[in-house]
Design a protein around this ligand. Structure first.
Ligand code: PEP
Length: 235
């Protein structure tokens, strides 16, 4: 299973180091889950251990004149090979278009990165019914090369992100299953995942893991979530 954490604009470099140390010290040696942490860009670091470090965003270039952005060269300095693409906060707040998102996917796929590709609908679309919902989600696959081997799709309904509201298990399963009809890569869920609800989410037949925001910030909670995922994998 994939158990990933998106710190967003939280934690300093020092706090991230401390978090990673605590996490590594508390992971069971036989942990089988794929654990990925996406810290803020200033906290990117070389890390040796069970935990993988990914970047929350990068500009699809090796280097160049793109003020305020970082490219491949800056990621390579820290051995980063994993990237989050299409997160709703980048699509909605930073106005990244599907064209830009797809360009990023294509660039980093060409560089053989592991990509966690996020899709998800706003509440207005969800309220308009299933046809509108799947049409909206389908558009987020435009120009995404689904034949690429190293990616995971994260379904994150925008109305569930950071709100404490989670869709029903039936609603999550329906979308994850629909995604699985398009690709045989892993499909994970994100949106107000926490210690209290991770088990029922991970037990959904089409769920291969989670992307956790707010609830990952407390390392003890994140460790509890990893342990729950391990128990499920063994059962
Ligand atoms: C996210 O932003 O990817 C996320 C899932 O956030 P939260 O867990 O806080 O809803």
């Amino acid at each position: 299973m994939v158990i990933s954490a998106n710190f967003k604009t939280n934690k300093t470099r020092e706090e991230t180091k401390e978090y990673l140390n605590t996490l590594e010290q508390n992971l069971h040696p036989s942990t089988s889950s794929e654990i990925i942490i996406f810290p803020p860009t200033t906290a990117l670091q070389h890390h040796i251990g069970r935990v993988e470090i990914g970047v929350q965003n990068s500009y699809p270039v090796e280097r160049g004149a793109f003020t305020g952005e970082i490219g491949l060269e800056q990621l390579e300095e820290f051995g980063i090979r994993t990237i989050l693409i299409g997160h709703s906060e980048r699509r909605e707040i930073l106005k990244e278009s599907q064209d830009e998102v797809a360009k990023k996917f294509q660039f980093f796929a060409e560089k053989n990165f592991k990509i966690i590709y996020c899709i998800g609908e706003p509440l207005e679309i969800r309220k308009e019914g299933r046809e509108k919902l799947f049409h909206y989600l389908e558009n987020q696959f435009r120009d995404i090369p689904l034949e690429y081997s190293n990616y995971t799709i994260a379904y994150e309904p925008i109305w569930a992100i950071g709100t404490g509201i989670t869709p029903t298990m039936e609603e999550i399963e329906e979308v994850l299953k629909w995604i699985k009809e398009k690709t045989d890569r892993k499909v994970i869920y994100g949106g107000s995942v926490k210690v209290a609800n991770i088990e029922e989410i991970l037990r959904l037949p089409s769920c291969d893991g989670v992307l956790v925001g707010s609830a990952s910030l407390e390392v003890t909670d994140f460790i509890k979530m990893i342990n729950i995922s391990e128990d499920i994998s063994k059962s």
